[in-house]
Design a binder for this molecule. Structure first.
Ligand SMILES: *Cc1c(COP(=O)(O)O)cnc(C)c1O
Length: 422
């Protein structure tokens, strides 16, 4: 058995210690020795095995290929950043002028350029602010505008987003009371009117982003709510800044503001296609109160988020936009090319992709992919990089809509590799 210190001195493993640190390399060495001890490998190959076991980065998170057909997949990190956003993150990672005016040599407001980019993207907003995520945006709005008061909300909009996260519980945790109005399927303007009074902090309109109520239904528009009196806060969820023709039922910030919302909250890492962030857009006086509240400091975003968000707003369209707009013909062509390349072991199939992650719940995006033997699923997830598909009718389907065209080659190599090792 090669000794640990001897293995750590292997030039390749020594080099790896410079990028990964000694502990991670040592852990790989110990695992490799274990494999040799158990007879799975030859002692001469121990260093090669340790090298193969090294993680790609010291960060713990692995880059994966999203072939699930779900564009904004919460378990897979929601929106992938654009190359422009990744470059901006890298540039901001060291010392940066995040709160420094280089011309004057003095302190400058944090996030000033990203806030300018957001304001420019949504001129309908008098003022804008950015916090950690949409949940933080709601907490800040509730704390500042409704603490000790009531938030009036329809019973049809008491949403659980996922992983047990419930908007009503989040709001109540700030010390405000919810005044539920209407019924699950129908709420009328007079329900809101009757509930509003001295005690009202604001009226909240929540976009039910992951379910639909169909049939005998009625909801009240932002325009109508704006006639009652108290501020109207609209949680639009997905973060579309302007209408998206492919998703006509998905609310957007500009339209909500034009309809009379006083404040709009949204996520940065859903359909906007950027980093995790919470966007607040709306009336100058309200945004100023939010920004000045002590809680705002606890919810503020770091320089990496600011950089990624600004590059998403100012740079080229992010991957989520490309995936949403990819033509079925092009996806089908890619699927057929992959299937040909893999011979009889994969079949090009039509699929249905989804926005996911809290967005456009009913929308089916026609798509294409390849179907392979279901038994390959675990091995594809264990491949480097892991390829994640979904099981349909006893086969593993790899949907190409959320896959970068440049990653098709990875999928081909992965299927080839795990199939021949089956
Ligand atoms: C996703 C979503 C949230 C939560 O947003 P985060 O950015 O994950 O905190 C809140 N409200 C709605 C309507 C959503 O769709």
């Amino acid at each position: 058995m090669p000794r640990t210190d001897v293995m750590l001195n292997d030039p390749r493993l020594a080099a790896a210690q410079k990028t990964l640190g000694r502990d991670l390399v040592k852990a790989a060495v110990v695992s490799a020795q274990q494999q040799v001890r158990e007879g799975f490998a030859d002692p001469d190959g121990a260093a090669d095995i340790a090298l193969a076991l090294l993680p790609a980065t010291a960060g713990g998170l692995k880059s994966v290929v999203n072939a699930t057909g779900v564009l904004v997949h919460t378990n897979l990190g929601r929106a992938p950043l654009s190359p422009a956003a990744v470059a901006a993150v890298t540039a901001a990672a060291g010392y940066t002028d995040v709160e420094f005016d280089l011309a004057g040599g003095q302190r400058a407001p944090r996030g000033r350029t990203v806030l300018a980019a957001l304001a420019q993207a949504v001129p309908e907003a008098q003022a804008v602010h950015v916090v950690n995520n949409n949940a933080a945006a709601l907490v800040l709005a509730a704390t500042v505008l409704a603490r000790g008061k009531e938030i009036v909300i329809s019973r049809g909009e008491l949403v659980e987003i996922g992983d047990g996260f419930r908007v009503p519980e989040l709001l109540e945790s700030t010390g405000c009371r919810l005044r539920e109005v209407g019924t699950t399927n129908r709420t009328a303007l007079r329900d809101y009117r009757n509930a509003c009074g001295q005690d009202t902090g604001f009226i909240l309109k929540v976009h039910p982003s992951n379910y639909r109520i169909e049939g005998f239904t009625r909801e009240v528009s932002i325009e109508e709510l704006a006639t009652i009196g108290p501020p109207v806060v609209a949680d639009i969820g997905s973060g579309l800044l302007r209408p998206e023709p492919l998703l006509p039922d998905e609310p957007d910030a500009a339209t909500a503001l034009l309809q009379g919302a006083d404040l709009v909250t949204a996520s940065g890492d859903k359909l906007l296609g950027g980093p995790q962030a919470g966007l607040l857009l709306g009336r100058e006086d309200l945004v100023a109160r939010l920004r000045r509240h002590p809680l705002a400091r606890a919810l503020r975003v770091d320089k990496l988020t600011l950089a990624a968000l600004e590059a998403t707003l100012r740079g080229p369209r992010p991957p989520v936009h490309r995936s949403l707009h990819a033509s079925v013909a092009e996806l089908r062509e890619r699927a057929e090319r992959l299937a040909r390349r893999l011979g009889g072991h994969a079949e090009a199939v039509p699929t249905i992709a989804r926005v996911g992650g809290g967005g456009a719940p009913g929308v089916e995006l026609p798509s294409a992919g390849i179907a392979v033997d279901e038994s390959l699923a675990l091995r594809l997830r264990s491949y480097d990089p892991p390829v994640i598909g979904r099981i349909t009718d006893g086969r593993l389907v790899l949907d190409l809509r959320a896959v970068e065209p440049g990653q098709d080659e990875i999928i081909a190599a992965a299927v080839e590799h795990v199939r021949t090792r089956a």
